[in-house]
Design a protein around this ligand. Structure first.
Ligand SMILES: *Cc1c(COP(=O)(O)O)cnc(C)c1O
Length: 394
C-alpha cells in the first residue's frame, strides 16, 4: 500500500490520538529505516529511545526466535529462566535489591508510586502518601502518572485525577523543601527531563535531594524510563550522578524494541511489595525477557558504554561547530541530545531535516531531540550531520 492508501485507512480505523509525521515506515537495518515507498532515512529517534541496538539486530531476533519456540508466555504463577536472568543482571550491575517486571514506562512508574506509598504505610500508617515531583517532568499517561507529571497541560479532561502529588522547581532545593510536609513519602524525578526538553538536573541539587530524603525517610524515586539502559553513557543515569536511589523505574530501551518495563528497589525497600500486593499478566514474560537479556548483554559492556559517550560527544561537538546562528545550545548526556533552537523556527527546521531523510524528535517548546540507536555507526552519524548542517547553515 502507498502512504496515501494507508493513511486513508488509518483515518478510518485508528483513533486519532497522535500527531503523526506523514511517513509510513516499512523496515529497518542498523540506524536506517525505509518507508513504504522505498525512501531511506537515517534514524535519530530509535522509536523514542526504544530500539537501542538498532533495527534488524540479529542477537535480539535470535533470542526472541529461540525463546518463542521454547516458551512465549506462562504467567507469573510460574518461574522462568529469562525473567530471573534479567533481574539478576540489573541487580548485579547496580547494587540495587530486587526487580518487579511490567510492560511500559507509565506502568513502571505506577509500581514505583505504589511501592513508595506502601513503604510509608507499613512504617507510619495512613496519611503519609504524598509524592513530590518536579515541574516540567513527564511520568506517563495513566490517570495517576499524568498527575505525577508536573505540567498543567496534562491535568485536563480526565478528572478526577489521583490525589497526593505536589510539585517543586528543578534545581531549587528551597522549592523542594516547601513542597514537602508531614504527609510526604517520596520525591520522584527524572535526572534528565526528557519530554520536558532534555534538561539535565544539576548534580549538586540531586545530591542535596538525596541527602534530604535520607534525613526525612522519604524514598528517592528515579524515573529512568528514558535515561536508562545505556542511553546516557552508563547503564543508568543515576550511576553518573553518584546517588543511590531507593527505587528506579525503566522501560523504553530495556527490550530493544519489544514492550517491557521494570521497577527496581534498593535493599531497604525490596520486600515492600509482597505476595498479592502488585501484579500484571504479561510482566516478565519469557519471550520479552529473552530480548531484554540480549540487550543487556550488549549495553552492559564497558566498551559499548564508552562508545555511547564518544558518539554523544562527537554529535555535540559537530553540532556546536555548525556556525549557523540557528543552534542556541546543545545539551544532554551520551546519546540523549537536545538541540535548542528558536521555538518559532523549530517546526520548519524539523520538517526540512525529515524531508532530507533524517528522522528526529522534539521535546519541550524549543528543542530538537536526538535519541539515535546506541549502536549507530559513525558513517550514519556523519550522514545525519551533513543533512543537519545543510538545514542549519542555509
Ligand atoms: C516515555 C516516558 C514515560 C512513559 O513511558 P510509556 O512506556 O510511554 O508508558 C515515563 N517517564 C519517562 C521519563 C518517559 O520518557
Amino acid at each position: 500500500m502507498t502512504y496515501n492508501e494507508l493513511k486513508e485507512q488509518e483515518n478510518q480505523y485508528v483513533m486519532n490520538t497522535y500527531g503523526r509525521f506523514a511517513i509510513a515506515l516499512d523496515h529497518g537495518d542498523g540506524a536506517q529505516l525505509w518507508d513504504v515507498e522505498g525512501k531511506r532515512y537515517i534514524d535519530l529517534t530509535s522509536g523514542i529511545g526504544v530500539c537501542c541496538l538498532g533495527y534488524n539486530n540479529q542477537k535480539i531476533i535470535d533470542a526472541i526466535t529461540e525463546q518463542a519456540h521454547k516458551l512465549m508466555h506462562v504467567s507469573n504463577l510460574f518461574t522462568t529462566e529469562p525473567m530471573v536472568q534479567v533481574a539478576k543482571t540489573l541487580v548485579e550491575q547496580t547494587g540495587m535489591g530486587k526487580v518487579f517486571f511490567s510492560n511500559s514506562g507509565a506502568e513502571s512508574n505506577e509500581g514505583m508510586i505504589k511501592l513508595a506509598r506502601k513503604y510509608s504505610y507499613d512504617k507510619y500508617g495512613e496519611g503519609r502518601a504524598e509524592i513530590v515531583t518536579l515541574y516540567n517532568s513527564f511520568h506517563g499517561r495513566t490517570v495517576t502518572t499524568l498527575k505525577a507529571t508536573g505540567q498543567d497541560k496534562f491535568h485536563q479532561y480526565f478528572f478526577p485525577f489521583t490525589e497526593g502529588f505536589a510539585y517543586a522547581k528543578a534545581n531549587d532545593m528551597e522549592s523542594v523543601k516547601a513542597a514537602v510536609n508531614e504527609h510526604t513519602c517520596a520525591i520522584m524525578m527524572e535526572l534528565i527531563q526528557g519530554e520536558g526538553g532534555v534538561m539535565p538536573l544539576d548534580p549538586a541539587f540531586v545530591k542535596e535531594v538525596e541527602a534530604y530524603c535520607r534525613e526525612h525517610d522519604l524514598l528517592l524515586l528515579i524515573d529512568e524510563v528514558q535515561t536508562g539502559i545505556g542511553r546516557t553513557g552508563s547503564l543508568f543515569c543515576f550511576q553518573q550522578y553518584g546517588i543511590q536511589p531507593d527505587v528506579v523505574s525503566m522501560a523504553k530501551g530495556l527490550g530493544g524494541g519489544v514492550p517491557i518495563g521494570a521497577v527496581m528497589a534498593s535493599k531497604t525497600c525490596e520486600t515492600v511489595l509482597g505476595p498479592g500486593t502488585h501484579a500484571t499478566t504479561f510482566g516478565g514474560t519469557p519471550m520479552i525477557c529473552a530480548a531484554a537479556n540480549a540487550v543487556l548483554s550488549e549495553v552492559t559492556k564497558p566498551e559499548f558504554l564508552q562508545s555511547v559517550n564518544e558518539k554523544g560527544e562527537y554529535f555535540k561537538q559537530k553540532l556546536l561547530a555548525m556556525d549557523s546562528g540557528k543552534i542556541q545550545d546543545v545539551r544532554g548526556m551520551g546519546l540523549m541530545v537536545g538541540i535548542v533552537v528558536d521555538p518559532e523556527q523549530r517546526a520548519a527546521l524539523v520538517a526540512e531535516i525529515m524531508d532530507k531523510g533524517v528522522l528526529v524528535l522534539t521535546a519541550g517548546t524549543n528543542v530538537i531531540r536526538l535519541l539515535p540507536p546506541l549502536s549507530i555507526s559513525y558513517a550514519e552519524i556523519d550522514e545525519a550531520l551533513a543533512v543537519m548542517q545543510s538545514v542549519f547553515c542555509k
